[in-house]
Design a protein around this ligand. Structure first.
Ligand code: ANZ
Ligand code: ZN
Length: 863
């Protein structure tokens, strides 16, 4: 008997697939199409176990659908622009391009080793000029269609790295890389008009039935559609009015945006953003205010920071009138928690019912008037403490709104404000336009030229791509494109005068917002070959991490709409189905000095029932910590290459697919992967021991039983793979292999065994494809199992011949009985009464009634 040797088998089978070009994909009108895609990797240098799980899942789906007769597109590429390449350049004096392509070469090798059924002829990296040049083309089309524009905006500025930071890159008010205190700065930036599709992006979510509910909800919250009111609080005194006259803010008051007009009677102050024109104007005449505004310019603009940060304000002395309370005025403050680019950049504060307003009011000793009364509270003494009341209730202390529920009060307040000519109901979105400018080198150059006479001139198509210069330096902070001696100096394509190139590059999320469309024809001389895109899109199954629930998935949905709007594509939704897989976790280990120790250097032993961890290199006893997401910082990672070397690729694939439901986390363990490894051997043994000659069937019932098990397994595995219950399906394969092993070939005969094994080979092919090929060959097939059709089951054989029925006594479950299909109620009753467990609960009581729900449950009512 030959032991299964993955080291020898796996490369050989890989070569067979490559030689036969099995995974090359073409359009085929004869077959239904199926596009399966895993989120493409960032070329960080090595693949990690998370990749292995992600791509093993995608490959299972791809191979399964292929076998089921679909024309499957399963491509791979690289999300290759971004900061890490520049950081490597700065730290290690290597060029981002060289670093990136070296990493790609390395990771491509690792991924190829995984045996993925990928059409590698379609591979590209987003940093290939052939890719980003096409991106530049459609960028200019979007520009022409007013979906891209430039405006001045407030940004997080890292004064050390001299770059703009995204909100997520500001940590505790400091730059994530440099650690420098982030400043707010006004810069002219490029934006994509995602807000134009805000409504449609919410609307479209309802059709995405094969997306997790959680992701749809997160997107909907992110877009944040709300109905509110834009209204003006008129200036209270003539002095203010006079000051205003002729100024830009001449609407004789402060316009605020609110989603809670029902709380107008609880208004205690007005607050405006530091860069609100009124604040700027007042500061011009008030040095103290000017100093305050400057002092709050530090700190990031993230929601979390605004919500939790210290509230700071400055009373401008300007007063406005309360629209519903004649004679009452409110002070206008400049406050750090009001943002200029949301709503109108001004709010009315209602401390009793908004936490930020309450924090502010407590700090500056402003009145707190409760106007929403929770159900059951006493109107005489209901007071908020230091926690605002934001729940439901009835309005009180509010004149004509008294007694109304919140929603009705909103309508009534809006109606009144509209009648007074002070404002109008409005729908706003929390979603902002997408700032895509990055002052970085390693990104797609924004393909425009600035001319003093002509303004912004898009680089003409025939001069694209605008390629990144390679002779750049990273020894000083700032944008290498900006300081390159020649690159940015060009002639205006329009008038021919001296002009300058845009030196901003695009946010890398732009690159990943359309790659799935490019895969449908990656060599197209246009950004998208419409015929190919219309054939393949939408992606039928997209697979990736939940961490992309909002940004990447929302941007991709937006860009698809934008490209659709400009005529590049038919579809509006890129991903018909989305699956978000869980993460890989591992135990953590620490030595006495508190340093993390990597699992490869740990030996686990069991001593009297407790597990003990010993560091292999030092012999030191380690403490075993929590099971956590695999991460470099905790060193609890395992290197896929090591696993492949020791156990083979198929065992690794099998383990990550079989251990847990795919949406849950998987805890990596050596014993787990060893179990998978043993299973691959057990499978091989069944094929290897298949007798050479024909053995006649000696026991018809044994043969029938084996085939019944086989067909049942085909049915269950097919259903499991179809519905992303991979681990449950693989559990059935384990059972089936045990059944085969226990079946005596002298009884079943070799024909039945052969049939069972042929079905088994087909079923394992999407999970352990190399092993499956080996088994297929062993059965005498010349061709590849990768080209074979999916096993079919005979429904008559796959049918269960018995089912489990729970038995209750007075509604409490007391046992289970196995009922043959087609048993009569009389037979079921007798079997239940004969069950030992049930019998015990029926002792000494009298049975009043027996309720049988066929195929479901049996209940004894006793007294
Ligand atoms: C008065 C009020 C009373 C508010 C109350 C809330 C609770 P969403 O739901 O996120 O749209 N707001 C408006 N513009 C703002 C800005 N530029 N910067 C900071 N805050 C701003 O939130 C809308 C609410 O956020 C608005 O409703 C406003 O405060 C505040 F009991 O108005 B509200
Ligand atoms: Zn010009």
């Amino acid at each position: 008997m030959a032991r299964y040797n993955p080291k020898e088998t796996e490369p050989r089978q890989l070569q067979r697939w490559a030689d036969a070009d099995v995974f090359l994909t073409q359009q085929d009108a004869e077959k239904p199409k199926y596009y399966v895609l895993e989120m493409f990797p960032y070329p960080s240098g090595r693949i990690h176990m998370g990749h292995v799980r992600n791509y093993a899942m995608g490959d299972l789906v791809a191979r399964f659908k292929r076998a089921r007769g679909f024309n499957v597109l399963h491509p791979m590429g690289w999300d290759a622009f971004g900061m890490p390449a520049e950081n490597a350049a700065m730290e290690r004096k290597i060029h981002p391009k060289g670093w990136t392509y070296d990493n790609i070469a390395n990771m491509r090798g690792e991924l190829k080793r995984l045996g993925l059924s990928i059409d590698w002829s379609r591979e590209f990296a987003t940093c290939d000029p052939a890719y980003y040049g096409q991106q530049q083309k459609w960028f200019n089309t979007l520009l022409k269609n007013d979906l891209v524009y430039r405006r001045e905006s407030q940004v997080n500025w890292d004064p050390v790295d001299m770059t703009v930071l995204a909100n997520e890159q500001v940590i505790d008010g400091k730059g994530w890389r440099s650690g420098a205190v982030v400043e707010k700065k006004k810069l002219t930036q490029w934006f994509m008009r995602i807000t134009r599709f805000a409504d449609d992006l919410i609307e479209g979510l309802t059709e995405l039935e094969r997306w997790p509910e959680k992701v749809r909800l997160m997107q909907s919250n992110w877009i944040g559609k709300s109905r509110g009111l834009k209204m003006t609080f008129p200036f209270a005194d003539d002095i203010a009015l006079k000051q205003r006259s002729g100024s830009a803010t001449e609407n004789a008051g402060v316009e605020v945006y609110t989603t809670r007009p029902d709380t107008l009677f609880g208004a205690a102050f007005i607050a405006i953003a530091a860069d609100h024109p009124l604040a700027q104007e007042a500061a011009a005449a008030n040095p103290e205010l000017a100093a305050f505004i400057k002092s709050i310019a530090k700190g990031g603009t993230t929601q979390a920071e605004i919500d939790t940060g210290e509230k700071q304000g400055f009373n401008t002395g300007i007063k406005v009138k309360h629209p519903f309370k004649p004679g009452e005025t409110l002070d206008v403050w400049v406050a750090n928690f009001v943002l200029m680019d949301y709503g109108t950049g001004a709010i009315f504060g209602c401390p009793a019912h908004d936490q930020r307003d309450l924090d502010f009011a407590r700090k500056y000793d402003l009145p707190v008037t409760e106007v929403v009364l929770p159900q059951g509270a006493n109107p005489e003494d209901f007071k908020v403490g230091n926690e605002a009341y934001t729940g439901p209730g009835a309005i009180f202390h509010s004149a004509f709104l008294d007694g109304l529920e919140i929603e009705a009060a909103k309508d009534a307040a809006i109606e009144k404000i509209e009648a007074m000519g002070l404002g109008e109901g409005a729908t706003v979105f929390r979603l902002r336009d997408w700032g895509v400018s990055r002052q970085r080198y390693w990104g797609c150059p924004i393909p425009v030229i600035h001319c003093d006479d002509c303004g912004v001139v898009p680089v003409p198509d025939d001069q694209l791509p605008v390629v990144l210069p390679e002779d750049v330096t990273f020894d000083v902070p700032g944008n290498p494109l900006e300081r390159h001696p020649t690159w940015k100096h060009v002639k205006c394509p329009h008038c021919g005068k001296d002009a300058t190139r845009e030196t901003d590059t695009l946010d890398t999320f732009v690159d990943s917002s359309w790659y799935f469309a490019r895969f449908t024809d990656p060599k197209s001389p246009t950004p998208i070959n419409k015929a190919a895109a219309d054939y393949w899109l939408p992606v039928d199954q997209y697979i990736g991490g939940i961490e992309h629930a909002v940004l990447h998935l929302l941007y991709a949905r937006f860009i698809t709409r934008a490209l659709n709007h400009c005529g590049y594509l038919e579809v509006k939704e890129p991903f018909a189905g989305l699956f978000t897989q869980g993460m890989l976790t591992h135990e953590t280990y620490k030595n006495a000095a508190g340093q993390w120790v990597e699992p490869a250097d740990v030996e686990i032993s069991a001593e009297g029932g407790t597990r003990k961890a010993t560091q292999i290199s030092t012999g030191e006893t380690l403490s075993i910590g929590d099971i956590e997401k695999m991460s470099k910082s905790k060193k609890n990672t395992v290197a896929p290459e090591d696993i492949f070397d020791t156990y083979g690729v198929d065992s690794a694939r099998l383990f990550v697919l079989s251990d847990s439901p795919p949406e849950r986390d998987v805890q990596w363990s050596t014993s787990g992967v060893e179990g998978s490894w043993r299973f691959t051997h057990r499978v091989w043994d069944q094929f290897d021991t298949l007798p050479e000659g024909e053995i006649p069937c000696a026991d018809e019932s044994a043969a029938a039983e084996l085939l019944k098990a086989a067909h049942k397994t085909v049915k269950l595995v097919t259903e499991g793979f179809e519905s992303f219950r991979f681990n449950a399906a693989i559990a059935k394969l384990y059972e089936f292999v045990t059944t085969i092993r226990n079946a005596d070939v002298e009884k079943t005969g070799s024909k039945a065994r052969r049939e069972a094994l042929a079905l088994l080979a087909g079923l394992i092919a999407p999970v352990t494809p190399h092993l499956a090929e080996e088994c297929w060959t062993r059965l005498g097939h010349d061709g590849l199992i990768a080209n074979a059709a999916w096993p079919k089951f005979d429904p008559a054989l796959a049918q269960d011949d018995a089912y489990i029925m729970p038995v209750q006594v007075n509604g409490k479950k007391r046992g289970e009985i196995s009922i043959p299909v087609g048993a009569s109620e009389e037979q079921i009753r007798e079997m239940a009464l004969a069950d030992e467990g049930v019998k015990r609960h029926l002792e000494g009581v009298s049975i009043r009634k027996i309720i049988i729900v066929p195929n479901r449950i049996l209940n004894f009512v006793v007294g």
